[in-house]
Design a protein around this ligand. Structure first.
Ligand code: AMP
Length: 457
């Protein structure tokens, strides 16, 4: 949240030209459940019929029991929303549907608009999401068609965003000028699919074709090949590096490699930068398993299962109250004492954000009788808030943001030692290329002074 405005850190799926588009979208959403657990929704349209919207609070399977979307159609767009503190509200569940004078349009959005975002003359209210602002601006547009209206509204948008929209007879996709938030195109028998990650395309049985290019605006009409135009002048691409570090699923492809392979390489780089003589390497499940494998393999150390994650809970991350956050980490992660007792342990995690997980787990390691506890983080210190859609709160609440010296961090966490992967090491693991590294480097590729009319605290 910033200025009371919900940020949309989420997953997006869309399908065109398939008789069971709503069901397929639900399959894709389940595969993207890790990107958002607060709400789920599907908007769909049968040829010649109205756009229908089904959405609700909770996991995809709670909103669509049996993964059944009650309705048929050949076009559909869907969304899972990430929980952001204080905004658990059905009104923020997506897709959003607007009935404009140009026709109905449903919009699913992953990301966050900053700067000169499109603000309608009569905005839909002070707490309206970016997505609602875009739809309100489309509704006010004097453009001759929905497509032209969307184009002209989105051409003014800045920030990190990936959106899929559904109109009366087509789908649209758009990605921000720097490609901060992800969006990929896949081919289905007889149709096309869009998703935030390739794991959702796989789940829908679609073949991955390519990423939507930064700044690309794509139109997909029934039966026709997608057409594209560039909405923005070409700028240096800056895909979010945190997608590879934490957010994406290990089987998804990022820049041609699986996220698993990238994380293994991050673990290998981390081992080269911060080796340690130890008895066992443990991963903090699930997101750091690949990095822990890479770390252990590089140092020829055994990797064992020492932590159990309760799979039936949502993510504890955004609990605003620190005490409740701690209780939720305890609920989520359990230590296997026999994997730890009497041993020199390396604990590998992908990130320390507020420090809750690390602090808690290190305490549990000591309780279980560890002789040493070395914490290794397969990314640089997370010091700066994300303004492009990963809701990591404000800078002052970030653990490493307040404490620039890693040895002070280690003392505070009661770890025997602490080693973070350097930014250079992370970029090397990614195979080079340009990325948005703002959360680690503080270098924001898009200015963030003013966010969609709200000033940052
Ligand atoms: P914290 O406990 O606040 O230090 O958060 C770090 C832990 O949460 C690590 O185990 C990460 O794998 C995980 N994590 C990092 N970023 C996020 C995020 N944006 N949402 C949810 N979990 C996260």
């Amino acid at each position: 949240m910033s200025g009371g405005r919900p940020r949309e850190a989420c997953g997006v799926v869309a399908v065109s030209g398939h008789p069971e588009a709503p069901q397929l979208v639900a399959e894709g959403l389940v595969a993207l459940q890790h990107r958002g657990q607060e709400s789920a929704g599907v908007a769909y349209r049968a040829r010649g019929g109205p756009i229908r919207l089904e959405r609700g609070m909770g996991l995809v399977l709670e909103v669509f029991p049996g993964l059944v979307v009650p309705g048929e159609g050949s076009f559909a767009v869907g969304h899972v929303r990430y929980s952001t503190a204080g905004t658990s509200d059905l009104a923020n569940a997506q897709p959003l549907l607007a009935r404009t004078h140009l026709g109905p349009v449903a919009l699913a959005h992953n990301g966050n608009l900053v700067e000169s975002a499109p603000v309608a003359a009569a905005p839909p209210g002070p707490d309206a999401s970016d997505t609602a602002l875009v739809l309100a601006a489309v509704a006010e547009s004097r453009a001759p068609s929905l497509e032209k209206a969307l184009e002209s509204v989105l051409a003014q948008a800045r920030g990190g965003f990936a959106m899929a929209a559904l109109g009366p007879d087509r789908l649209w996709a758009v990605r921000d000028p720097r490609g901060i938030r992800p969006l990929v195109l896949g081919r289905l028998e007889g149709g096309w699919a869009l998703a935030s990650e390739t794991c959702a395309l796989d789940a829908m049985g679609a073949r991955t074709i390519r990423e939507i290019d930064p700044g690309e605006f794509m139109t997909i009409e029934d039966g026709a090949a997608p057409r594209s135009r560039r909405l923005f002048p070409r700028e240096a691409a800056a895909p979010c590096i945190f997608e590879a570090v934490y957010f994406a699923r290990p089987d998804s492809l990022v820049a041609g490699s699986t996220v698993h392979a990238l994380r293994r390489r991050m673990g290998g780089e981390l081992a080269a930068e911060h080796p340690v003589d130890a008895d066992v390497v443990l991963a903090v499940p699930d997101s750091s398993v690949s990095a822990a494998e890479g770390y252990a393999a590089a140092l020829n150390l055994p990797l064992e299962q020492g932590l159990i994650r309760n799979r039936y809970l949502g993510r504890a991350f955004l609990e605003p109250d620190p005490l409740r956050r701690d209780a939720r980490v305890r609920r989520k992660l359990a230590v296997i004492p026999s994997a730890v007792a009497g041993r020199r342990v390396v604990l590998v995690d992908d990130s320390i954000v507020r420090g809750t997980t690390a602090r808690h787990l290190i305490g549990r390691m000591w309780e279980a009788g560890a002789r040493e506890v070395h914490l290794r983080i397969a990314a640089p210190p997370y010091r700066h808030p994300c303004h492009y859609g990963v809701d990591t709160s404000r800078a002052q609440r970030l653990f490493a943001g307040e404490r620039p010296d890693p040895s002070a961090l280690a003392r505070e966490l009661l770890a025997t030692s602490l080693g973070y992967l350097s930014l250079e090491g992370l970029v090397r693991a990614m195979g080079g290329g340009s990325h948005c590294t703002a959360c680690f480097s503080g270098q924001y590729p898009v200015p963030v002074g003013v966010m969609a009319g709200a000033t940052l605290a």
